[in-house]
Each structure stands twice: as structure tokens, then as C-alpha cells.
Design a protein around this ligand. Structure first.
Ligand code: CU
Length: 238
């Protein structure tokens, strides 16, 4: 009987710690609607294998067939909005138990964004936020949760015009003390950028650049962590 009640408590703990997906983008503060311009994964489970092509744009994310592409100008502010389920209210946006960094990458498509698979060294990191306060152990995820699931990035004005994939990533590290353990939540949106410049930013491959042994991927965050380095290298500021 005691075992049964412990098991049911465990089941409740797991069930209440639900996963999440990126469901909305906002363009200069204007909500584009649920799942518009977004490659939608089949469910809210995380990716845990950093060598899988699911790391690029989540499960079934190698094609954007049937997905619309947003039209924006370089320098636009893009907001990503994540939720556990198909609802914006009534629960934590991303469930407070998820602790870790929030990052955004961008990759230029050779032609149209919808047919771009995002493979190879094509990704440039344009945003990263991690352990914000070692004293309080406040993470970027805490801010996203407090902001109703939202975080924003400005598309660097120096990027060349063209079609791109924007890849938002939240890495949950609550069970990351061994690999695989870290949970990668990934949402990709398709954008057509006009204006822009002629910058040629540094690029990495996803999968490719992340290793299971990276200190930002295999880490015990419950040992008074004083600093944190997210995987994928430095942010390119444009
Ligand atoms: Cu989860």
C-alpha cells in the first residue's frame, strides 16, 4: 500500500512536470496567431540526443512544406511564445521546474525557407541567456515563465536579405547530471527578410556543434552552480 502511494505520487510529479512547444511568434509586438509560420512538432516532448537531426528543428522539422513564411525587415523584433499545451492561460507557460538557458539561432536558406532542412554549418547564434543570478539561482527559463512563455530577439540589421529559418531553443537542465538528460525544446519559424546588409556571420552545425560532454549540456544545476556556459559558442551581435 505504501509502495502504491509512492508510485502514484511519482506518477503525479512526472505528469505535472509537462513539456512544452513554441506556438506563437510576434513580429514587432504583433501576434501572428497559433502555429503560424512555425514547423509544428508532433508533440511537446523534448529532444535529448544531440546527434539527431531532430536537434535542428524538432521532430519532423527538416521540411516546412505547407508552412507559411513571415515577411519581415532586418532589424525587426521577434518574440517567441511557448506553452505546455494548447492553451495560453491556466497553467505555467513552460512549467517552472524547467531550468536552463534560452537561445536563438538563424540560418539562411539557399532558396526558400520552406524547403530548407537546416543541415550543415549554417546556424548563427543571435541570442543567449543562461544563469542570470547565481545567488538566487535565477535562470533565463524563470524569466520566460514569468513572461507568459515569451522571449524576444532583434534580427541583426546587417544580415543579408533572403529567406531564413529562425530557431529558438530552451534547454531544460533539471535532469542533466548525466547524458542523455538535458532536454532540448526547439521551435523553428520561417522568415523572409528584406532590407539588411552584407554581413557574413560565424556559423555552426546543429546537430554537430553540441556534444553530450559539453559542460552546458551535462551539468548538475542543483549544487550551487556559480556560472554557466551554454553550448554553441558566442553570440554574434551583428
Ligand atoms: Cu518537461
Amino acid at each position: 500500500m505504501k509502495t502504491t502511494s509512492i508510485l502514484s505520487l511519482l506518477a503525479f510529479a512526472v505528469a505535472s512536470h509537462a513539456h512544452f512547444t513554441m506556438q506563437y511568434i510576434w513580429i514587432n509586438g504583433v501576434d501572428q496567431g497559433q502555429n503560424v509560420d512555425i514547423r509544428i512538432p508532433p508533440n511537446n516532448n523534448p529532444v535529448t540526443d544531440v546527434t539527431s537531426t531532430d536537434l535542428t528543428c524538432n521532430v519532423n522539422g527538416l521540411s516546412g512544406a505547407g508552412v507559411s513564411t513571415a515577411t519581415i525587415v532586418a532589424g525587426t523584433n521577434i518574440t517567441f511564445e511557448w506553452h505546455q499545451h494548447d492553451q495560453r492561460t491556466g497553467e505555467d507557460a513552460i512549467s517552472a521546474g524547467h531550468k536552463g538557458p534560452v537561445q536563438v539561432y538563424i540560418a539562411k536558406a539557399p532558396s526558400d525557407a520552406a524547403s530548407f532542412d537546416g543541415q550543415g554549418a549554417v546556424w548563427t547564434k543571435i541570442y543567449s541567456s543562461g544563469l542570470l543570478n547565481a545567488q538566487t539561482q535565477q535562470w533565463a527559463t524563470d524569466v520566460v515563465n514569468a513572461n507568459g512563455g515569451k522571449h524576444s530577439v532583434v534580427i541583426p540589421a546587417s544580415l543579408p536579405a533572403g529567406q531564413y529559418l529562425l530557431r529558438a531553443e530552451i534547454i531544460a537542465l533539471h535532469v542533466a547530471e548525466s547524458y542523455p538528460g538535458a532536454q532540448f525544446y526547439i521551435g523553428c519559424t520561417q522568415v523572409n527578410i528584406s532590407g539588411g546588409g552584407s554581413a557574413n556571420p560565424p556559423k555552426i552545425a546543429l546537430p554537430g556543434a553540441y556534444q553530450g560532454s559539453d559542460p552546458g549540456i551535462t551539468v548538475n544545476i542543483y549544487n550551487n552552480l556559480q556560472s554557466y556556459t551554454a553550448p554553441g559558442g558566442a553570440v554574434w551581435s551583428g
